[in-house]
Design a protein around this ligand. Sequence first.
Ligand code: SF4
Length: 179
Amino acid sequence: MKKTVRISGQVRHSAVDGPGVRYALFLQGCPHGCKACQNPETHDPEGGTEKDISEVIDDILSTRFLDGITLSGGDPFLQPEASGEIAKAAKESGLSVWAYTGWTFEQLTGTGTGDFPVPPDGVKDVLRYVDVLVDGRYVDSLHVDDDRRQECMWRGSFNQRLVDVQKSLEEGCVVEYRE
Ligand code: SF4
C-alpha cells in the first residue's frame, strides 16, 4: 500500500470546487500541458510537498462541516494509488467525492482514442470511489466567462463535462451528472 502523496496544497472549506462545502486537495503533477493553465506550478511531478496519506486522510476526516472532498491538481489520476485511498476513506465516511482530470472518462477507462498521454495503471480503482468526474483538458478558446457561469458550473472550459461516474461505469458510456 502506498504511504505518501505529493500535493501542491489544500483548501479545507472550498465553495468553488463542486457543490456545498468541500475539502479541495490539489495533487502535484500534470502531464496535459493545457495552454493558459492557471496552475503551472502544479505540473512538475517532483514538485510540491510529500505527505503521508494517513496524515492527509486524518486532516480531511477531522475537518468539520464538509459535504464532500474534491481531488484536483495537477491531475489526481497521476497518483492513482494515493487518490484511490483518499477517495475511499472519504466515501466510507459519508462524504461525496468529486475529481478533476485532464483525461476524459473514455481515456481513463481505456475506451478513448488519440495521442493523449496514457494514464497510469490503477486509475479505474480511483473511479470506484468518485461520484462526479470533471473531465477533459482545459481549452482556453472555450473558456467559461463569469457571465456564462450558470450554463457551465464547476468547469473551466465548455468542452469539459460533469460525469456521473457510477452510472457511467454501470452503463458503459458517459452519463452526464445533473444537479
Ligand atoms: S489539466 Fe489542469 S493542471 Fe493540467 S495543464 Fe490542464 S489546466 Fe493545467
